[in-house]
Design a protein around this ligand. Sequence first.
Ligand code: ATP
Ligand code: MG
Length: 558
Amino acid sequence: MLQNKNIILSNYKNFIEQIIEEDLKKGYKRDELCFRFPPEPNGYLHIGHVKAITLNFELGKQYNAPVNLRFDDTNPVKENSHFVNEIKNNIKWLGYKWSKICYASDYFEQLYKWAHHLILNDKAYIDSQASEQIALQKGTPTNPGTNSPFRNRPQEESTRLFTEMRDGKHKEGSHVLRAKIKMDSQNMLMRDPVMYRILYKDHHRTGSNWCIYPMYDWAHGESDYIEKISHSLCTLEFKPHRDLYEWFLDQLPKKNKKKPKQREFARLNMSYTVMSKRKLSYLIENKIVSSWDDPRMPTISGMIKRGYPAQALINFVKKAGIAKRENTIDVSLLEFFVKEELNKTCPRVMVVTDAIKLIIINYPEGKHEMLEAINNPEDEHQGKREIVFSRHLYIEREDFRETANRKFFRLAIGKEVRLKNAYIIKAEKCIKNENGDVLEVHCTYDPKSKSGSNSEESQRKVKGTIHWVDINSSIDVKINEYDRLFLKEKPEENDDLLKSINKDSKKLIIGKSEKFSLSFTKGQKVQFQRKGYYIVDENQHGIISFNKTVGLRDGWKK
Ligand code: ATP
Ligand code: MG
């Protein structure tokens, strides 16, 4: 399948689309459709989130329906406005436009009023036990829970305490507001879940206005309801929360409006990486990576720095599809889409990453000539450039062997190869140091074999072509050679994540490049011919550094 360059993204309707189609048949109006992407601003978005983003925003396009970007910012302990901004930038970078930007924190007042409404209707109460005690009474999946001694607390008392909690009159941990549902429910989440806790912590948007904060389950569905979301799509781990989602909606004062519908799809999992924000921040804390946007991270910001194009991410998650069953997608599928996009757009440049000298002994000392190179064979609009050719060149160490077997089509003593965009050469001898490392290769060139000319000699075929750089006019370039962060396909199977780390996932090397590299500005994506795709990380004061995006060949195939 990977060989097929024109992967056709299938047209059939996924199960979410089928649910929507059914709802439309049953009387839902098209203009009642509304979707949302609801990140918690407690970390950077990762490739898994791209799946949820693409699902919601593509549904929006397909049904011409609004899609909100909603920040589920109910936990001030881990959230901040830096994460909010990064998330916004990431979604824009993917090319999606939200209709409204919303924050659960904008609904704190409304949620607080509704919580009072629940107390008044005997559907919520203040529990004054310690959290450990409450946890002990939760029961187990096979044993029912036990009622709190405060469960039948008079409603006026709960109202008074709840108001005092908001007014900052009680200590953290002294009281919580709990929904009054069913302590022997099969679904543990329905055993009087906590709705509010006291937290003396400033919020990045509401500052010190609040010292009680709603729990996720209470805030999420109600936010959907306020925004008139029709289909609230989330990942499978929320399936057991659906009962609670619906129960809360049923308790709201106005019940005439349509209720949002929660439906669950399988998360995206990818091989050779971890996805949860908790694990990603663990990698940062342990200095395995430099930050959330380290190019080895599966975050959108990391992938931007790594040089992955937005369209490749979208093609990948679309290909992974929307299903109800968990599975793990091979990271090489993502790399395939990355290469497919980059092949179309990237200018080619010759860079030697591990150089040895090549001396053309029949080429005059002191002479040089300009040869022509096509910038991108896939896109003639990118034009041509001139490259310097002379007697002294660099080639890649791995492209030369003193003696070679029949399968080695690169340079060997007595064998011919073509220098890309230049001449056919034949290796005559090599010079080595006392350790036996090759220092120089001496060869002769065939002056009649110049690339692009019409002579019969220039059309002459040899088995291999290698890249090269003229020594005198070359520049040094810094290259961050990135590789996969984990050695194991499923790093999480180890008790400690750190045991699966690929210690060679980042190497700084100095390469030799033709001058063409100097014309690239930060963010330019290029192909180092025969090597791989790279992105300009910096180009300042004549010093240019690249990040490796992906190699042309997959070095990980078993
Ligand atoms: P993580 O579990 O990775 O830390 P999260 O689920 O806590 O992420 P949220 O900010 O709550 O992160 O997620 C926003 C939305 O993205 C949710 O609707 C969630 O279901 C969805 N989402 C998160 N991870 C994935 C994934 N791997 N695949 C698909 N959707 C995901
Ligand atoms: Mg989560």
